[in-house]
Design a protein around this ligand. Structure first.
Ligand SMILES: NC(=O)c1ccc[n+]([C@@H]2O[C@H](COP(=O)([O-])OP(=O)(O)OC[C@H]3O[C@@H](n4cnc5c(N)ncnc54)[C@H](OP(=O)(O)O)[C@@H]3O)[C@@H](O)[C@H]2O)c1
Length: 262
């Protein structure tokens, strides 16, 4: 099978290499500068292509791995009718992609940066024309880098994007705040990073492996009028829950805006 990548940035690099090693593909890639395209294809003895070669390729699969706003700059007008398009573009609907490239078969993905370590969550939605065999194959392909979640609809993929697509950034931001707090207590960078990352690692393992629900896990660390209780009361006073919901709602609005802008 011939697969062509348009854009080989962070997400393409996180999601595809393991699957490409496991399954048999001829790999092609285009990026405007060519630098990341040539780095990306090297391990697969693949080829860098130019933008004006894209229409001639008759690729079985094309991956749209650039930013949604860049769709307008993209010069290709159509792909071969049987081509399967795999799109990473946040917010850009299946219908828009079908019309833009005159192709019916589209799988939309919402990746997550932890796929780099094989611990990602990939959201998937697809056009009705994608058959069961294709669907199963790509599910197993993306399972090489973590969990695949088949969305009930495209709408659900958009709604979940602020949670799993953007979610790592919120946790990284919280880690950054903890790191700075600990540094102010006098720890050096290495110890501060170790301490905070182990805190997140251990807690994440408990979230996924312990049979208790999240609230029970929290309560087990929180004795009435104890140390943790006072910190959680401060969160409550600042309405952390509402603040988080507001942030997720705003991120969802942005998903919809990106769909309009692309
Ligand atoms: N970053 C995340 O955590 C994240 C999370 C969820 C979803 N996403 C989605 O994943 C997609 C890719 O994001 P990313 O973070 O991987 O981006 P990125 O690291 O910035 O990479 C973008 C890639 O697109 C290439 N490119 C730029 N203009 C292009 C054009 N006109 N035609 C073809 N390729 C072009 C760039 O080329 P050069 O290499 O030459 O610069 C680069 O290889 C986005 O649609 C985003 O919505 C990202």
């Amino acid at each position: 099978m011939k697969i062509a990548f348009y854009g080989c940035g962070n997400m393409v690099q996180a999601l595809f290499p393991l699957g490409l090693k496991k399954f048999d593909f001829k790999v092609f890639a285009f990026t405007p500068t060519g630098v990341r395209a040539s780095e990306f294809v090297a391990p697969f003895n693949g080829s860098v292509i130019l933008e004006d070669q894209i229409n001639e390729g008759n690729f079985d699969v094309v991956v749209l791995g650039f930013k949604p706003q860049q769709l307008n700059e993209f010069k290709v007008s159509h792909f071969h009718k049987k081509t399967l398009i795999i799109s990473l573009l946040a917010g850009t609907t299946i219908e828009k992609i079908q019309k833009r490239f005159n192709c019916l078969n589209v799988i939309r993905l919402m990746p997550n940066t932890s796929s780099k370590l094989g611990e990602g969550v990939t959201l998937v939605a697809q056009s009705e024309s994608v058959n069961d065999e294709q669907s199963l194959f790509w599910k197993s392909f993306f399972s090489t880098v973590g969990t695949v979640f088949n969305c009930e609809s495209e709408h659900q993929l958009d709604q979940l994007t602020p949670v799993t697509g953007s979610g790592p950034a919120y946790l990284f931001e919280w880690a950054r705040i903890f790191f700075n707090y600990v540094k102010e207590l006098g720890l050096n960078d290495k110890d501060a990073k170790d301490l905070v990352s182990k805190l997140f690692l251990g807690s994440s393992k408990m979230l996924s492996e312990d049979s208790d629900d999240f609230e029970t896990l929290r309560n087990k660390v929180t004795s009435k009028k104890g140390v943790t209780y006072e910190a959680l009361e401060e969160f409550k006073k600042s309405n952390l829950e509402q603040l988080t919901k507001n942030a997720l709602d705003r991120a969802y609005e942005r998903v919809l805006e990106l769909g309009e802008e692309s």
